[in-house]
Ligand binder design. Structure first.
Ligand SMILES: [Zn+2]
Length: 181
């Protein structure tokens, strides 16, 4: 079942998610519904706030061929789709500048600078603590989704010039969805 995807302007996107005490069947089901919703919307990641929830969890599914070959090799041990509970970035290095989009910002793009490589700690759906190292596109997706869980949106990382480029579109989108910027 596809869930409603909340758009820029809705207050929930600016709220901080609450850590999950234990991954229950209900949360496992929610993660599956989020994956379904993300696939139907042709996205590569989705965070709880984007479906109106405040549990600290997100899902990521990066299709093959999205990564640079050396990053794909580096990220190969990570099985998709990812269901991450209480994810945190505990280390990062380097930088990358590339295009980024978000299902909560239809029709808006922009290029954002992110760390090139991150180390992420999280709980898997069996409540086991995990640690993952990721580079390139997967590292970008992790940073984007974990930002969502802290109420931070990718437009917050845009340069002043990009923000000006998208100013009227952003204003219109926010106005249509509740007006919270
Ligand atoms: Zn997003």
């Amino acid at each position: 079942m596809a869930l409603k995807v909340y758009k820029y302007g809705e207050a929930v996107l600016r709220e901080r998610a609450q850590p999950v005490a234990i991954v229950t069947d209900e949360l496992r089901n929610l993660a599956e519904e989020m994956i379904d919703t993300m696939h139907k919307a042709r996205g590569v990641g989705l965070a709880a706030q984007q479906v109106g929830r405040l549990e600290k969890m997100c899902v990521i599914d990066i299709p093959e061929g999205c990564e640079e070959p050396e990053d794909e090799l580096f990220n190969a041990p990570v099985a998709m789709p990812l269901k991450l509970f209480n994810p945190e970035i505990v280390a990062q290095e380097g930088s990358q500048h590339d295009k980024e989009g978000c299902l909560s910002f239809p029709g808006i793009g922009g290029s954002i600078t992110r760390a090139q490589q991150v180390t992420c700690q999280y709980l898997d759906e069996e409540n086991r603590p995990q640690i993952m190292m990721a580079r390139g596109f997967l590292a970008r997706a992790l940073q984007h989704e974990i930002d969502h869980l802290n109420g931070i949106l990718y437009v917050d990382h845009m340069s002043a010039v990009e923000r000006l480029t998208y100013a009227s579109k952003l204003k219109k989108l926010a106005k249509e969805n509740g007006g919270v910027r």
